[in-house]
Design a protein around this ligand. Structure first.
Ligand SMILES: [Zn+2]
Length: 298
């Protein structure tokens, strides 16, 4: 049994940093609300962007593997995504794979379901969605526990669970031949994590990033556009790990002196990262999460 799908979003000017959710602060959106482009150097790998979220899809001779519908707050988002795919191919949409269970990435899958796609997600994503019953989010048809590879029309897409990190339900999607990974929210490209760190697992996230770094890949498609719209590299992933470790160590020292939540959340600075987009608006959310860990044990 093989079937799947996935996607993401974000945008804005000065306010972008404020409203982006589980995601990094977005750089100002360039161009139209919706944009689809083929990933350079590939035969059949595409990126679909709706405002400040984006997804990957793969077109094959036996159908399409799509990911995250990225339709949060945009009732037509799923249909618009499907229409973009239809400009490229009439092949059936076989799978929609969810990157994780957060609605800003996976709402809007109804159009894909109606088109016959099977929705695939991590087991934890389905468990959470069954409880939350979001009216705009389609429940998965199939789940993955630790690993599954879907092969369609000669293209393999590997789905791997690397433990809890940005949520407890994320799948890393890797195209072995193309040496591309699609990782959503855990690894912002060149910018700070966003405010959506409520269910972030700080210690486990470091282990997840190390596992991802050990995989064979060259380019990373993020769930929100990287700075300048670029794809990520292993250096970006390592930079993100270093940022998290730096913030964790700094907050730990302060927390053990009784300085969490305040003044750490308001006053602690990480000057090395001041040039990263999202620094001013979003550092507080990272500090808060580590204050919870080191100041409360949660
Ligand atoms: Zn998220």
């Amino acid at each position: 049994m093989k079937r799947i799908v996935l996607a993401t979003f974000a945008c804005g000017l000065a306010t972008a940093q404020v409203w982006s959710q589980g995601q990094p602060a977005a750089p100002p959106a360039q161009g139209p609300q919706i944009e689809t482009r083929k990933v350079d150097g590939t035969d059949n790998v595409y990126m679909f962007r709706n405002q400040n979220s984006q997804a990957m899809f793969i077109v094959t001779s036996e159908g399409v593997m799509a990911t995250d519908p990225v339709g949060y707050g945009r009732p037509q988002g799923g249909a618009q995504y499907l229409a973009e795919i239809r400009k490229i191919t009439n092949q059936p949409i076989r799978y929609v794979i969810y990157s994780h269970h957060h609605f800003d990435h996976i709402a809007g899958g109804g159009a894909f379901k109606e088109a016959g796609a099977r929705v695939i997600a991590h087991r934890k994503a389905k468990e959470r969605l069954e409880v939350l019953k979001d009216p705009n989010t389609i429940l998965p048809d199939e789940t993955v526990d630790t690993r599954r590879t879907i092969t369609l029309g000669g293209t393999a897409l590997e789905l791997t669970y690397v433990g809890p990190n940005h949520s407890d339900s994320a799948l890393v999607m890797r195209l072995p031949k193309e040496r591309i990974v699609f990782v959503v929210d855990l690894l912002p490209v060149g910018q700070l994590p966003g405010r959506g760190m409520i269910d972030f697992y700080p210690l486990e996230a470091e282990q997840s990033i190390k596992q991802i770094l050990a995989m064979d890949w060259e380019r990373l498609i993020p769930g929100h556009p990287g700075v300048g719209g670029r794809l990520g590299t292993k250096k970006d992933a390592l930079d993100q790990l270093t940022f998290l470790q730096d913030a964790s160590a700094a907050v730990k020292a302060e927390a053990q002196k009784g300085r969490c939540w305040e003044p750490v959340e308001s006053e602690l600075k990480r000057p090395k990262y001041v040039s990263w987009p999202g620094y001013e608006a979003n550092l507080q959310f990272t500090l808060r999460r580590y204050c919870a860990l080191w100041g409360r044990g949660t």
